[in-house]
Design a binder for this molecule. Sequence first.
Ligand code: CMP
Length: 220
Amino acid sequence: LHNIPLFQELMEEDLVGIAPLFTVKKVNKGTILFKEGEVGEELYLIHSGVVKIYRLDEAKEVTLALFRDGDFFGEMSLLSNGMTRSATAETMAASTMYVLSRTAFTSFMEKSPRLCLKLLETTMQRLRHANDQIYDLTFLGVRSRIIKTILRLSEQHGISTPDGLLIDVKLTHQQLANLVGTVRESVTKVLQELLDDELILIDKKLITLRNIEAIQAEIR
Ligand code: CMP
């Protein structure tokens, strides 16, 4: 639990109290953990893996967040009285999760102001990000939005390699389009432009940013 940011500033005695209450869940890639509209009874913490949070229209999908090792999700329906899951959660890679029941989560929150503060801090970050999304969708063109999404993914999921910053999540053009709020064709076109300008590399659905400054300059 020490590696989960939500718990990082908690005292050892807090952790000792909560650790036995978690169950461990190992799941394959493509597993739906819960669906939008269901009653939420559990909080999830990712030990390892990638989870996509999304909402579906009949044929289309919008991806709200991609979470990975150390992130938590599923708190919204636990903390908004009587509300159901606000989105669907599905693994994008084999994943190991710690799962905490609603009762254990709420009773632990009542006992730990530090946990409440951490939770609020993360919620504020997510709200800021949602505000950015509203701004970007309102004011920016699709090319800038694609580039901003790639930059944001590199902050959240980036690992340094000799070629540059690699986004450590396999993404199809369609999946990237679902994150940006556009169509696959636009993603294909913009990625090709970035490849032609030698700003990125793509290998087996993994994108590497070769020159972050030059990519940032593209949206200024
Ligand atoms: P819950 O509503 O229980 O189930 C879906 C979860 O997805 C939700 O809790 C949050 O943990 C997460 N979630 C929903 N919307 C967003 C968002 N805009 N940004 C980040 N995470 C979200």
